[in-house]
Design a protein around this ligand. Sequence first.
Ligand SMILES: CSC[C@H]1O[C@H](OP(=O)(O)O)[C@H](O)[C@@H]1O
Length: 369
Amino acid sequence: MKIAGKAYRTIWLGEDGWSVVVIDQTRLPFSFETVRLTQVQEAADAIRHMIVRGAPLIGATAAYGVALALRGDASDAALERALALLGATRPTAVNLHWALARMRARLIELPETERVAAAYAEAAAICDEDVALCRAIGEHGLGLIRTIAAAKPVGERINILTHCNAGWLATVDWGTALAPIYLAHDAGIPVHVWVDETRPRNQGAALSAYELGAHGVPHTVISDNAGGHLMQHGEVDMVIVGTDRTTATGDVANKIGTYLKALAAHDNGVPFYVALPSPTIDWSLSDGLAEIPIEERAAGEVTHLRGVGEDGRPGIFQVTAPGSPAANPAFDVTPARLVTGLVTERGVAPASFEGLSRLFPELAQERMK
Ligand SMILES: CSC[C@H]1O[C@H](OP(=O)(O)O)[C@H](O)[C@@H]1O
């Protein structure tokens, strides 16, 4: 997507042809800065500290992290060490583990002399595929927005609520939940986005608002607690969110607070869609609540806020009573029964094994083995 007229992906090769450059998302929206990764440890730290975040982008960064590791040592032991280091960074986004498994399968049978080039090629392929998958999600989601627009008076804005950031900053490009919104806006459909701030890391207020604004999409940042009220008053035509891991039966793990939005949407008859590329489907799981690992992050993310003061200077500000403990589960699970549909690169599926296996029979077969 474009920032100030210049096209960007979220991750790219440095001019040296081997280092990896990423946008430092902890600096947004107040400063656009990049970080150059030269070691596998730096890639792991970038994932763990959320310099890069979002399931597809986490997977892409990990893939390049493997390539960086093998530059120094392409042995089996070095490969396994890199996979373990990167795999331990964040537990919930299945794309991380999908990408690492794909890299291992591509590399383990190769002679060491061929591994570095193959690793970079596979990481680049993962990135290019993600761009295509997310663009296709956009097309299928656009169809949903067109249907909703057709049911409203001509010219009336279509209000879409989203939670966290599942835009191009969460992927290599285009995004998942926001891809349909960009295409609808570009097609002249009058979309407006209610952007959940998304405590505690504020990916909505800081990242979704930033990228929607950069693209000229009308949007309004709201507190996480306002969405239900807006739905009760007919101010939300649809909800669309991303996901970090969706089970074969359609249970959806996503940023903490998503489940509450799904409950409010269900109670108010508002369609609740989840946008995801197929690498985010975990075919090995069928009970999301019982089986999806939920990341517990530091209490400091709840007790303190990053921002800029009235003087415009960046800072970290405490927002809780000194000494009060804080808990910080980073994700929750929305059961399939609350999901209207799953917007994938191959179309919109009911949130069920039947729905997903109809779109991805070859992947469902793998599970059936
Ligand atoms: C397209 S994946 C976006 C997904 O990732 C976010 O989590 P985090 O910012 O912690 O990586 C959030 O759950 C988004 O919906």
